[in-house]
Design a protein around this ligand. Structure first.
Ligand code: NFE
Ligand code: MG
Length: 557
């Protein structure tokens, strides 16, 4: 008989996510539903306000990808106002955004996702000398690597365990047979888990240098930026540069080697396509390399059904949001300019499960051409590879060569996690160019940071950009100088979508089908795949949470 498992909430994410799956008698997932269980619609709060209020307000959707809604909203306003920022503003925005990407992806790999791959308890029994040898197989000069250091890490872990206060390591599924790393590999990655806490701080400081503060930078305005003094100060640029080098060292000698180490142990799951999902990928283009956005570092386009021989151009008109299975009013898919956000909560069924055939999530259902699409690092790396991008293609090819794995391995949970690491490297290496360009502009006497603009009586605009978790779009309609409609379609909204109007499962849901659990009491494999998307429910449903207390509830039935 089918067995239902409910995981609510999923932890090590931002916000509230509930996953329900049905297992067959081999403990394989036969069906799945993903549901966001909390909502507060900022989109509705924006109506009637001056459009220039929107960027700072929408940035509060989230406390993780704090900058991205700010930028998307500014881009939407600039589109509506008919203005382009000068080159220096584009470069400074790229520098803030690059710092966010690096910080976010490092934090995700180690702190939000790492423990799905790494068994901390096994690290305690590792041989530190062997761990040094192993680390050196993956890097010429591994990060923070010595017997003494590894011993100190083991001591720290043992203290946690002895005290019974496991803190961030509590409530995991230690000892589960689907953990595949050797004790030494576990020790190396756990030691970098601790280092990464420090490194994340460095990335946050980089954002604050040009963003004024972090989280929630405040130096963007429609038409440009306001951190002019910082931009013109060689000392501030050097502070950014110094920290960039620190992050790059961590990425090159810890993050990427750890990824390859894990890929070796988990390659069978990757090759079997565990966690692949819908295999439709959409990207809007990110990090403009010229002022007209003709060229972007992250690609723009579409892949359908995993067909990497046929990357397609993006047609914005095909983007819709559907609420057939979401707790909102509305009966047909609408383009975001025409979208609405009117709550209509219909609850759970009599047994406390989601009503899978009706409405069951606060997440809307974005579609492209009527189908669910995955967004994020995997979408970007697959599309860039398929388009023959001059930087992404060799990066992917070299990694496949180093691991001896075929390109099909990308379509998996492991591929999604690896893609995030690869794009971190891509961005970390490219960021130096933006510093150089900025310095060259200033030296040549171009110190422009803002293009004059004003709110039109009426108009509309959209800001479409690639952010750490995927394609992000904000759409604004202005009437009588105020906001008449504002719709944000966010990366986690795409990925967490419930079924669409035709009953097709959303990306999280589809990615779980066929996953076999080693032990249904410990749904580790489900967490591994869901976490690989780096879910952010706060972004997806655009909440503001005035208090921080929440009631944790985990139920396996
Ligand atoms: Ni709240 Fe976000 C990112 C956005 S999520 S983390 O990256 O937009 O989907
Ligand atoms: Mg929305």
């Amino acid at each position: 008989m089918a067995q239902r498992i409910v995981i609510d909430p999923i932890t090590r994410i931002e916000g509230h996510l509930r996953i329900e799956v049905e297992l067959d008698d081999t403990n394989t997932v036969k069906d799945a539903w993903s549901s966001i269980t909390l909502w507060r619609g900022i989109e509705t709060i924006l109506k009637g306000r001056d459009p220039r209020d929107a960027p700072l307000m929408v940035q509060r959707f989230c406390g993780v990808c704090t900058y991205v809604h700010y930028e998307a909203s500014i881009l939407a306003l600039e589109d509506a106002f008919g203005v382009r920022p000068p080159a220096n503003a584009r470069l400074v925005r790229n520098l803030i955004h690059a710092a966010l990407y690096m910080t976010d992806h490092i934090m995700h790999f180690y702190h939000l996702h790492g423990l799905d791959w790494v068994d901390i308890t096994k690290a305690i029994s590792a041989d530190p000398a062997k761990a040094v040898e192993l680390a050196k197989q993956y890097s010429d000069n591994p990060y923070n690597c010595s017997e003494t250091h590894y011993r100190a890490v083991q001591k720290r872990l043992a203290k946690y365990v002895e005290s019974g206060r496991l803190g961030p390591f509590a409530n995991a599924y230690w000892g589960n047979p689907s953990y595949k790393l050797s004790p030494e590999a576990n020790l190396i990655i756990v030691s970098h888990y601790l280092d990464a806490l420090q490194v994340s701080k460095t990335g946050a400081q980089m954002m604050a240098i040009f963003g004024g503060k972090n989280p929630h930078p405040q130096t963007l305005v429609a038409g440009g930026i306001t951190s002019v003094m910082d931009m013109l100060d060689a000392h501030r640029i050097a502070e950014y540069q110094f920290r960039l080098n620190e992050l790059k060292r961590f990425i090159d000698t810890a993050y990427l080697p750890d990824l390859l180490l894990a890929a070796g142990a988990y390659k069978d799951e990757g090759l079997a396509g565990v966690g692949a999902g819908v295999k439709n990928y959409i990207c809007y283009g990110g990090f403009p390399l010229d002022d007209q956005w003709n060229k972007t570092l992250l690609p723009k386009g579409v892949i359908v059904g995993g067909d990497i021989s046929k990357p397609l151009p993006l047609d914005e008109a095909k983007i819709t949001e559907d609420v057939t299975h979401s707790w909102y009013k509305g009966d047909k898919p609408a383009h975001p300019y025409d979208g609405s956000t009117e709550p209509e909560y219909t609850g759970l069924d009599a047994n406390g499960y989601v009503k899978g055939n009706e409405k069951y999530s606060w997440c809307k259902g974005p579609c492209y051409d009527g189908k669910p699409f995955e967004v994020g690092p995997l979408a970007r790396m697959v599309l860039g590879y398929a388009q023959g991008d001059e930087r992404i293609k060799p990066l992917v090819e070299d990694t496949l060569k180093a691991t001896g794995l075929p390109a099909t391995v990308l379509f998996s949970t492991l591929g999604r996690t690896a893609a995030r690491g690869l794009e971190t490297k891509l961005i970390a290496d490219y960021t130096q160019n933006w510093i150089n360009e900025l310095v060259a502009n200033i030296k040549a006497g171009d110190t422009r940071t803002w293009t004059r603009c004003d709110v039109p009586k009426s108009g509309k605009g959209r800001g479409m950009v690639e952010v750490p978790r995927g394609a992000l779009g904000h759409w604004v309609v202005i009437e009588d100088h105020v906001i008449a409609n504002y719709q944000a379609v966010v990366p986690s909204t795409w990925n967490c979508a419930p079924r669409n109007q035709d009953g097709m499962r959303g990306p999280y849901e589809e990615s779980l089908i066929g996953t076999k659990l080693a032990n249904p009491e410990q749904p580790l494999e489900i967490l591994r795949t869901i976490h690989s998307f780096d879910p952010c429910m706060a972004c997806a449903v655009h909440i503001m949470r005035p208090g921080s207390d929440e009631i944790m509830h985990f139920r396996v039935v």
